[in-house]
Every structure is written in structure tokens, then in C-alpha cells.
Design a protein around this ligand. Structure first.
Ligand SMILES: NC(=O)c1ccc[n+]([C@@H]2O[C@H](COP(=O)([O-])OP(=O)(O)OC[C@H]3O[C@@H](n4cnc5c(N)ncnc54)[C@H](O)[C@@H]3O)[C@@H](O)[C@H]2O)c1
Length: 387
């Protein structure tokens, strides 16, 4: 694709996350990208589109721009690129249709609600020859990029163990709606939050495979236990179906010799919402964490920290050296949007250069293989499972 040629982009689904895709693509309007169509089955979501245009100008007229049917959008919008921000069970059917129509696709995580669905998406991408990018947005944050650079610089020596966590107190999204219904979502935090954690850990190691996985899923909650909070705009149906886990723990041995620990919780007794990762090597350890000190999910108040621990020989004695990257003094560690508007420029660059994007649907499939093995292990009481 020649640099500068005009590309028409569309966004399918703009509930909770689609607004970041609208924003990310609109940020590229001076770079030959036109937001040419949007699609959402719920006409009341139009206000999200209007909001995305605030400060830019009026939203386009709905005629020929707003589609409420996916099939109509795929057949008639004429888009070159599409972001798919639909509930998990719609990723596969819509993703396959978009690739088959010849569109480049930016897919929200997870790939799909099932492993077979994820495999079909990757097969459709390969058939089409188009770019299949993944919204693994946390792989674009300053603290993740810091870790990537440190791995490249050999800061860890022999990398031995990696851990990642995303644990919330009151973080069940849309309680009683699609997120908590297994056949629609594919699972709870194990498929909702785990992709971010796996994106970090596998990504920083250049995507090693897991040899085996052992996991447990927990769904018991005492009366009054934490539950739904601000996620999904607080929208909830307390009487609705909820048949997924509230918390999941997974442990894996990887083919590169590294051990990996994962923890994901929507609702857990803990001081505050925390997400982070730790890389432990023979030369040093890096601990990265984002905490939400006031309310779960209030990104504007989240605090990022990153500290590297190592020992150096100086004047004949070993010194412990801790280097902290603190957002108060080093604003480069902050990204309030958690990388959610950085995947679009990366995908555009990949399309223009005819190269693979930094995070792709293949990576989503690699993540889903570990997740599927984790659910299979959990169903077998934690027995080790080969992905
Ligand atoms: N990367 C991230 O940080 C992040 C954060 C939240 C959600 N997500 C992912 O984004 C996806 C969407 O999550 P969400 O929180 O935005 O969900 P949501 O329910 O808020 O939004 C989904 C939108 O899709 C629309 N929709 C549903 N069925 C449709 C259909 N058949 N045709 C057209 N439109 C339809 C709904 O009206 C809604 O506006 C999920 O896969 C989720 O895992 C990612």
C-alpha cells in the first residue's frame, strides 16, 4: 500500500471500548485515514460517535455512515480497515466476514469466545492476505515498552520466572449481561483480563509456547462479597445469568525454560485494583504495576510504577541498586488510555509498509491456547494440560 493513499476505516460496536477505536482512528485523519462508517445494533449508542467528534466538528450525517446491521456494513460500507469491538461471541463470525470481504481487521481481545473461533479468525486472515492486528493495548504502554527495551539490553541475564496479575475488588463488567454468560464470553476474568497479562508476558519474551498449564477457577462468593462496580458504566442486571468464574489462577512451564504465573480476578478481597507484571532473571528483576487507588477502573487516577532491582560490584563490594521509574518524576511511564489509541497508528504503519503489526491475530491465538488449556486444567481440578 503506497504511503499516503487514502484508507477508509470503520468501527463495529462502540459500547465500552469502541470509543477508543473511534478516537484512535480520528487521530489519524491527517494521515490519509477517513472514518467512513460505523456499525452498532443499538441506535442509542450514536451519542458515543458524537462524543468522539467533540472538538473536531459535527459528526457525519447518519445516512451512508451509520449501519445497524453488520451484514449491511460488510457488504456496503466500502471500508478498507475495520475495528471489531463486539461481544466476544461475535468476534469470529464478524471477523471472518470482514477478512473475506478484503478488509484489514483490528480485533479486540480476546480473539474469540472459543479456541476454534480464534483458529478460524487466523485462517480467514491468512486467506485474505490482509493485516490482522490485535488490540493488545497494554503492549503499547510506556512501562511495557520499558520492559521490552530492558529485555533487549540484556538487563535480566537468564530470564527465569515471569508473573502477571490483574485483580479487581468490584470489577465484574455488566453484571448479568454478556460478559458473565459463558456461551457468549467464553469465561470470566480468565478470558477477559488474562489476555492483557499474557500479552505482556508472552510478548516480552517474543511469544514462546507453553509446554503445559495448570490452573484453578474460583466462583464461590460469600454474601456481601465484592462484585459489580463501575465497569460497563455500572450497567447491571443483578437478577441476570452469571455462570463464569470470579477469579482464575494459572501456572505454566514455557518452552523457553521460563516459569509463568498468572492471576486474574474481577472480584477479590484486596486493598485496591492492581495490574502488573514481574520479570525475574539472574541479573535483575523488574516490577511494574498500575494501581487504581480510589475507585476500581478510574483510569484518570491510576498510578503506574516500575522498579528494576539489581546488584553491582563497586569498589570491591556488591551494592544493591534499585532504579525506580516514577510517574511523579518520569511522566513517560504514564498513559491514561493504557495504549488503547496506539494500536491504530501501528496498524496503519504495518498496512503501509506491508509488514506484520506488533500485535496480531496470531498473538491472540497464542494467548487463547494458554487460556483454553487453563480452563481445561481447571475443569480437571488443576491437572496439568498441554495446550
Ligand atoms: N482492550 C481493552 O482494554 C478492552 C476493554 C473493554 C472491552 N474490551 C473488549 O471489547 C469487546 C467489547 O467490549 P465492550 O466492553 O465494549 O462491550 P459492550 O457491550 O459495551 O459493547 C458492545 C457493543 O456492540 C454492540 N453490538 C452487540 N451486538 C451487536 C450486533 N449483532 N451487531 C452490531 N452491534 C452489536 C452493542 O450494542 C454495544 O454497543 C469485548 O471483546 C471486550 O473483551 C477490551
Amino acid at each position: 500500500m503506497a504511503a499516503g493513499s487514502n484508507l477508509k476505516v470503520g468501527v463495529i460496536g462502540y459500547g465500552g471500548i469502541g470509543k477508543f477505536h473511534l478516537q484512535g482512528w480520528l487521530n489519524l485523519r491527517d494521515e490519509g485515514v477517513t472514518l467512513g462508517a460505523v456499525c452498532d445494533a443499538d441506535p442509542s449508542k450514536w451519542s458515543v460517535v458524537e462524543e468522539a467528534y467533540r472538538g473536531i466538528g459535527p459528526a457525519p450525517a447518519k445516512e451512508g455512515f451509520l449501519y445497524t446491521s453488520v451484514d449491511d456494513f460488510v457488504q456496503n460500507s466500502g471500508c478498507d480497515i475495520v475495528s471489531i469491538c463486539l461481544p466476544n461471541f461475535l468476534h469470529e463470525p464478524v471477523g471472518v466476514k470482514c477478512f473475506d470481504k478484503g478488509m484489514h481487521v483490528l480485533m479486540e481481545k480476546p480473539a474469540a469466545n472459543t479456541l476454534a473461533g480464534a483458529q478460524n479468525i487466523v485462517a480467514a486472515c491468512k486467506r485474505s492476505g490482509k493485516v490482522g492486528a490485535a488490540q493488545l493495548n497494554n503492549n503499547y504502554t510506556p512501562t511495557y515498552e520499558l520492559a521490552e527495551g530492558m529485555v533487549d539490553d540484556g538487563a535480566f541475564g537468564e530470564l527465569q520466572s515471569v508473573s502477571g496479575w490483574w485483580v479487581r475488588r468490584n470489577g465484574i463488567p455488566f453484571y448479568g449481561q454478556w460478559f458473565g454468560i459463558k456461551e457468549k464470553s467464553g469465561g470470566g476474568p480468565g478470558i477477559d483480563l488474562m489476555p492483557h497479562v499474557l500479552g505482556w508476558l508472552l510478548g516480552v519474551m517474543d511469544w514462546p509456547k507453553a509446554k503445559w498449564v495448570s490452573a484453578r477457577a474460583f466462583d464461590k462468593a460469600e454474601p456481601g462479597a465484592p462484585g459489580y462496580g463501575p465497569y460497563g458504566g455500572g450497567s447491571k442486571n443483578p437478577g441476570g445469568k452469571f455462570d463464569v468464574e470470579r477469579r482464575m489462577q494459572s501456572y505454566a512451564q514455557l518452552e523457553n525454560g521460563v516459569t509463568m504465573n498468572l492471576e486474574a480476578a474481577w472480584a477479590m478481597h484486596i486493598d485496591q485494583e492492581r495490574m502488573g507484571f514481574r520479570l525475574v532473571g539472574s541479573k535483575g528483576t523488574l516490577a511494574v504495576e498500575r494501581v487504581w487507588p480510589i475507585n476500581d477502573g478510574d483510569d484518570a487516577k491510576a498510578i503506574d510504577t516500575a522498579t528494576y532491582y539489581t546488584t553491582r560490584e563497586k569498589a570491591g563490594r556488591p551494592w544493591t541498586i534499585n532504579k525506580s521509574f516514577n510517574p511523579d518524576t518520569d511522566p513517560s511511564t504514564r498513559d491514561a488510555f493504557m495504549g488503547r489509541t496506539k494500536t491504530q497508528p501501528e496498524m496503519l504503519a504495518a498496512i503501509r509498509a506491508g509488514r506484520a503489526p506488533k500485535t496480531s491475530v496470531d498473538h491472540l491465538l497464542a494467548i487463547q491456547e494458554v487460556i483454553e488449556a487453563s480452563y481445561n486444567s481447571a475443569a480437571a481440578g488443576g491437572e496439568p494440560v498441554k495446550p
